[in-house]
Ligand binder design. Structure first.
Ligand code: ATR
Length: 271
């Protein structure tokens, strides 16, 4: 019998996940379907329970339901616990298992596709919302020299660090205001939502250097962050590779096989 999967969000019509998973399934000969499902803003739990009742094996979760998905799970991976959010649900034996593949997807894109080292690197993480929280533990696990979190609201960056240090005993973290940044970083990651509104961040130009990688987790457009990094000579990437890599990790959780991501990334890039 064909196994059924879905991505649940609101809005959802823009989602590339059905196309990505269809490519993965084709590549690895998996008998499965994957569809996009719009859940009402107040109806996430009901939608998920409906999928389970229809025999779905799992689902991805996107905006704005990743936190509700976290609350709904009976079991959580360490990655999901650290993220405080879930993007991959697996339905098995009446249980809902939650994982978060966003951070792993980011690391795979930076190290695998962009061939930029994280081990020993000085990393600047811009933002302290859900997206930044979602990638923090996998970033630390990549053994950087240091991760500095900078955010408009500095207290949120400090809270994120305190929580991470308390739960996962990491000591390579510190917080900084935008203005206090005074040296270049090897990797600068924009995890704020400013790309959506075309808002420039008050990041000093000094953080970008010729050999640094400036990565915006947003995809589909050149953000002001990317433009600033480019002018200052950094290598620039958007989040399309992360999108495909987080999907590949979810696919691996469900199907136990690893699809090739590079052809799917270039296919989406062309489209
Ligand atoms: P997401 O789930 O996309 O992370 P979020 O949790 O609302 O969304 O977090 C948004 C992030 O973008 C935060 O780091 C936010 O900064 P604050 O914590 O100070 O609010 C950042 N952000 C959004 N708009 C911004 C702006 N105009 N300037 C600077 N930072 C901004």
């Amino acid at each position: 019998m064909t196994d059924k999967y879905a991505v649940v969000g609101n809005p959802i019509s823009h989602s590339r996940s059905p196309q990505i998973h269809a490519e993965f399934a084709k590549q690895t000969n998996q008998d499965m379907t994957y569809e996009a499902i719009l859940a009402p803003l107040d109806g996430f739990e009901k939608t998920v329970k409906g999928l389970i009742a229809q025999g779905f094996k799992g689902a991805n979760v996107t905006v704005p339901f990743k936190f509700e998905a976290f609350e709904l799970c009976n079991e959580l991976s360490e990655r999901a616990q650290a993220a405080g959010a879930v993007n991959t649900l697996t339905f098995k034996a009446g249980q809902i298992h939650g994982d978060n593949t966003d951070g792993t997807g980011l690391i795979a894109d930076i190290q695998g596709n962009l061939e930029h080292a994280l081990e020993g690197a000085w990393i600047l993480l811009v933002g302290a919302g859900g997206a930044a929280q979602g990638v923090l533990l996998p970033l630390l696990n990549a053994k950087p020299a240091s991760v500095i979190i900078t955010n408009r609201s500095l207290d949120k960056a400090q809270n994120m660090i305190d929580n991470m240090a308390a739960k996962f005993a990491h000591n390579k973290l510190s917080a900084s205001s935008f203005e206090a940044l005074s040296a270049p970083f090897e990797v600068i990651i924009n995890a704020t939502s400013t790309g959506l509104t075309d808002t420039a961040l008050p990041i000093p130009n000094i953080v970008f250097a010729k050999n640094s990688l400036a990565y915006d987790m947003m995809y589909g457009r050149e953000t002001p962050f990317m433009a600033q990094a480019r002018i200052n000579g950094a290598k620039v990437a958007d989040g399309l590779g992360m999108l495909v890599e987080q999907a590949a990790e979810a696919f691996y959780i469900w199907r136990g096989s690893r699809p090739q991501t590079a052809p799917v990334i270039s296919q989406l890039r062309k489209a």
